[in-house]
Design a protein around this ligand. Structure first.
Ligand SMILES: Cc1cc2nc3c(=O)[nH]c(=O)nc-3n(C[C@H](O)[C@H](O)[C@H](O)COP(=O)(O)OP(=O)(O)OC[C@H]3O[C@@H](n4cnc5c(N)ncnc54)[C@H](O)[C@@H]3O)c2cc1C
Ligand SMILES: NC(=O)c1ccc[n+]([C@@H]2O[C@H](COP(=O)([O-])OP(=O)(O)OC[C@H]3O[C@@H](n4cnc5c(N)ncnc54)[C@H](O)[C@@H]3O)[C@@H](O)[C@H]2O)c1
Length: 477
């Protein structure tokens, strides 16, 4: 770091937002060089993922999965969950909201962590905490992520409903809950809330199914799974209003006051002790000082495949660019972004695929840790047909020796979407117990454009759940 004539501190690279995407962009941009990087964070280094999203949610879901597996294994006597112990284990995965280990990691990479809220106040210039001015010699990377979106439904905001941070960081288990939304956060949080002892849970879903971005069978199986756990599912449900006479700001994850009454079109009004709003995300670009012409209609900051905005010196990685709101994709973009910044700093051409985030376009993998799990990569049959591809599909139930051995009640379904012209895989979806680990093989096949003829020689081991790959290829012969 050196002082310039106007006393602004200078770094080669400034990254705004210390979530998984920002951390990786900073690290890759300066790796193995003398370049300097500042990482500005106004909450906790590690971001939404570490403390309020991926880590706590998965820590809350796993005990329910283990219990379900044990209850469905002859010869194993399964007890019940201990909610306080589950919450304590969740807290250990979020380091009780202590980010010192992440700061130590940044230090070890040569990244300087600066605490405070950052705002762009000029070309390559950032002001932190309203007064500290810093300037980037080369690049500014925006990695500010998203926050939970709360719809304008009458009475909803005034009711102080839970958003994803409350659901993942719950301290109290409400007896009656309404979950608004039918996407990933809604399905996963409904699952752990029921596991932890919520007695009445109603999902208010405006669409006709759950997980609408996936193959329809996946949402159907997840709906069946949630109903089996005791959820009431209202589809095509229009939430018209909420009344909560006694809302109280009791803190994150505590019940926010007295009961609330929900008015859903076509239903009798019903009362709950807490509302979980899981209706998508809003990009954290408001008040950030980004030229409004660079933002799209929803406030995201789009980039090209080098993660560069039209401003050249300004980059965006992770949720905030709206390309794929997933930690692993944000980190992937960050690796590309850091490599691009390094190459430009060293005068190297951006030759080669590592400088282009091509997987964002139709090759994104995702696991929904619902019960059953949904693991998918690439595009759905509908997306393929809509884009004019000559599509062939193959579907089978996951009923192989490996699955029946893993759990007595194993059930699941798999589907491949194939481009008939090139005989390659465009998409794959697996729904079932523990299918999360199946998707990487599909990701390799999709990204590598492996011909299905060649997959015939990728022999799955016996007896594993992966044998479903053989069944899928056999079904296609
Ligand atoms: C409940 C839930 C569960 C999820 N589970 C998964 C999962 O299992 N797997 C998965 O892949 N994805 C999951 N996601 C999505 C995942 O959390 C995000 O994709 C990921 O966190 C995005 O990383 P990011 O670095 O872009 O942003 P974030 O993690 O949101 O980090 C952005 C950081 O920027 C900081 N910041 C914002 N504005 C400023 C500013 N002006 N100045 C300084 N700092 C600022 C914020 O404090 C934050 O720390 C989940 C999301 C939710 C809500
Ligand atoms: N396991 C994982 O990978 C994981 C887990 C959680 C979240 N995430 C990611 O985080 C992001 C946010 O998840 P999410 O579930 O909040 O968003 P989502 O986009 O997946 O689902 C939003 C849901 O809310 C509904 N909705 C939107 N506006 C509404 C309104 N005004 N009224 C009623 N319903 C409304 C939508 O129809 C949809 O069902 C997603 O991109 C998701 O992929 C990933």
């Amino acid at each position: 770091m050196t002082d310039s004539v106007d006393d602004a501190e200078e770094y080669d690279v400034i990254v705004i937002g210390g979530g998984p995407a920002g951390e990786n962009a900073a690290s890759y941009a300066i790796a193995g060089s003398e370049r300097t990087a500042a990482l500005i964070e106004h909450e906790l280094v590690g971001g939404e993922c570490s403390y309020w999203a991926c880590m706590p949610s998965k820590a809350l879901l796993r005990p329910g999965e283990v219990l379900g597996a044990a209850r469905n294994m002859a010869g194993v006597s399964a007890g019940a969950l201990d909610p306080q112990a589950v919450l304590a284990r969740r807290d250990s995965f979020t380091n009780n909201h202590d980010d010192s280990s992440q700061v130590m990691w940044a230090d070890a990479q040569g990244i300087e962590v600066i605490r405070g809220a950052a705002c762009l106040t000029g070309e390559r210039t950032v002001t932190v905490g309203g007064s500290r001015r810093i300037r980037a010699r080369q690049a500014v990377v925006v990695a500010t992520g998203t926050t939970a979106a709360i719809p304008d439904t009458p009475g909803l905001r005034a009711a102080l409903p839970w958003a994803s941070r409350d659901a993942t960081n719950l301290r109290e288990v409400p007896r009656r809950v309404a979950v608004i939304g039918g996407g990933v956060v809604a399905c996963e949080s409904a699952s752990w809330l029921l596991d932890l002892g919520v007695e009445e849970l109603t999902m208010v879903v405006r669409g006709r199914g759950l997980l609408a971005k996936n193959e329809p069978f996946a949402g159907k199986l997840v709906a069946e799974g949630l109903e089996k756990k005791g959820a009431r599912l209202l589809f095509g449900a229009d939430l018209r209003g909420v009344e909560r006479p006694d809302p109280q700001d009791t803190g994150v994850g505590r019940i926010h006051g007295g009961p609330a009454t929900l008015d859903v079109a076509g239903q009798d009004p019903f009362e709950v002790d807490e509302i979980v709003v899981a209706t998508g995300r809003t990009p954290a670009t408001s008040g950030l000082g980004v030229d409004p012409r660079l933002l799209d209609a929803r406030g995201y900051l789009p980039t090209d495949d080098h993660m560069t905005t039209p401003d050249g010196w300004l980059y965006a990685v992770g949720d905030v660019n709206g390309r794929a709101l997933l930690t692993h994709m944000g980190k992937y973009q960050a690796r590309v972004c850091g490599d691009v910044i390094a190459a430009r700093a060293e005068g190297r051409p951006l030759d080669g695929s590592r400088y282009s985030a091509s997987a964002d376009h139709g090759q994104v993998p995702q696991v929904v840790f619902s019960d059953p799990e949904v693991a998918a990569v690439g595009i759905t049959e509908k997306e393929a047909r809509d884009s004019g591809v000559d599509v062939e599909t193959v579907e089978v139930d996951i009923a192989v020796a490996g699955s029946s051995l893993s759990r007595d009640d194993f059930g699941g379904h798999a589907k491949l979407v194939v481009d008939r012209g090139s005989d390659t895989l465009l998409g794959a979806t697996f729904a079932g117990t523990d299918v999360a680990e199946l998707v990487h093989a599909a990701t390799v096949a999709v990204v590598g454009r492996v011909p299905l003829d060649a997959l015939w020689h990728a022999v799955p081991s016996y007896p594993t759940v992966s044998e479903v790959w053989l069944r899928l290829l056999e079904a296609r012969r």
